[in-house]
Ligand binder design. Sequence first.
Ligand SMILES: C[S@@+](CC[C@H](N)C(=O)[O-])C[C@H]1O[C@@H](n2cnc3c(N)ncnc32)[C@H](O)[C@@H]1O
Length: 566
Amino acid sequence: MAKDYESWTKEELVEEIEELRRKKRFGLVWEDKEEEDVTRLKFDLPILIEDLSKQINSKNSLRNNMILEGDNYQALSALNYTHQNSIDFIYADPPYNTGSKDWRYNNNYIDSEDPYRHTKWISFMSRRLRLAKELLKEDGVICVTIDDYELPRLWLLMEQIFGEANHLGTVVIRNNPKGRMTKRKFSLTHEYALFFGKTSDSKIKRIPQNPEDKSHNYEKDENGEWFLPTNLRKQGVDSSAKTKDGKLHQRYFPIYYHPKKNLISLERGKDFVELLPVDTKGLKRRWKTSKEDLAEKFNSGEIFVKENKKTGWQVYYKFRGGLEGRLPLSIWTNSEFSASDYGTKIVDTILGEREQFQYPKAPEAVKECINSVINKKDGIVLDFFAGSGTTAQAVLELNEEDGGNRRFILCTNNDNNIAEDICYKRVKNVIRGYNDFQGKKRKKHETNLKYYKINFLKRGNTDSDKLLLAKNSIDLIQIKEDAHQKDISNDAFTILKGNKNDVIIIFEILSIDKIKEIIKKSKKEFSVYVFSLCEEDFTDYFCELKNVKKITSFPEPIIRSFESVL
Ligand SMILES: C[S@@+](CC[C@H](N)C(=O)[O-])C[C@H]1O[C@@H](n2cnc3c(N)ncnc32)[C@H](O)[C@@H]1O
């Protein structure tokens, strides 16, 4: 975050200058361009207020998804209170900064004539990516899509923020198979998806290998266990039968085989054929195993001989590994990943109106991104450039396909009413079920949706500022605790029923005794928030209640979480 040099002493400033001179510069350097949506937060706190008219509730699901309407820097700042270290996967599809006025900075569209267009884009992205990183779990992964215009700068920026070692790969996605016309360049058929982990615990998921799959040559042995028949003859580096000093390697020796009796031995015998590690070109190689180890394996049945039409009798061993799955490949050409064929058409069908949104992603491409990293079926997926809401559709469809419980959080601004008229409407229609463009009926999804708008409160340190913030923090606490159902709500306290535990928010300290009685009678666990102007510790008040698992005074932690992001 930008440093507040105004408040530094002369000595601190001199030290900073010396430190900057000492640092060797390699990589991306840019002049930070101020942004109104960001500087506003020096004076105002962004809070989330639910628009209850847009709530969608399902009787059969506890799963809560969210759409946040507003600038995503402000939304990410609010999520820093509710979701720090909680997100499994972030999908971000920012404006590509093509020069064709595809995004606004300080309310001005950026065109190709703007000499600061790259600087502005990098400043904009840098602030958001830094906040987004705070929200990821330790093993979380972020995927940012981009095309040629900003790929070089984005890649360096992501290395700066997430670390070169956490680069999990850059996937090339064929998103426009027919190619985009240019005046004098190649016709572009692809874009990129940059995957970075938060720490060394973040991983790309292996695709499970199914040995029954015809593309593998695995066989089942008499115990029903899978193995891959693998030639015992060594290939490649260090496979020659000759050692460096010209002698024969000790792993060049004959193995004897009796075809009729199917016997293998290291001793020559009557009717046994001699088998040597000689390759298809007649070159002498060595075996992969020593004589001593082989003798043992003959007895356990792990070595066998099979006749190959071209190369005659060959010695094989049963390779038992390789079934832990393979890593996904880095070029994706599935026709359903084509945004030009499946993006707009799908959105138009769901909205029942034509061409409401330019360049939405193909849901299958987003599903593949999510599926490449989230191992669990109940992770939280965040998309802070949600646009038409493709990520929500991808998450809902993945859940339907594998019975998962993934949840989504979407953030989008409301430029040209996209948050309400496109994103919300699309998500609502997908949840309620619709007929797709091939006329197939898509089922209703059992899930809940909450819609929040960003609101602002003046930053201030007076008692009334703190009380006002506390009164307006109920939505933030509800989101943090995933406890949305109001059981009791009055001026003194609010009780919320939650998915993990129930929550009590206390404004009036004199009501504590009454609240303790309620907690005593309940079998549920509680998280308790107590309003305090000076962050008092209320632990002693509740120490005899075993079902109180957390006591927090507020709003001080909320104020602190906003300070840490500026
Ligand atoms: C490339 S589009 C994303 C499209 C999306 N992946 C889809 O499939 O529909 C980028 C979106 O980010 C939104 N956006 C741009 N700047 C934003 C900001 N500062 N805060 C929130 N949303 C923003 C734009 O309105 C635009 O809809």
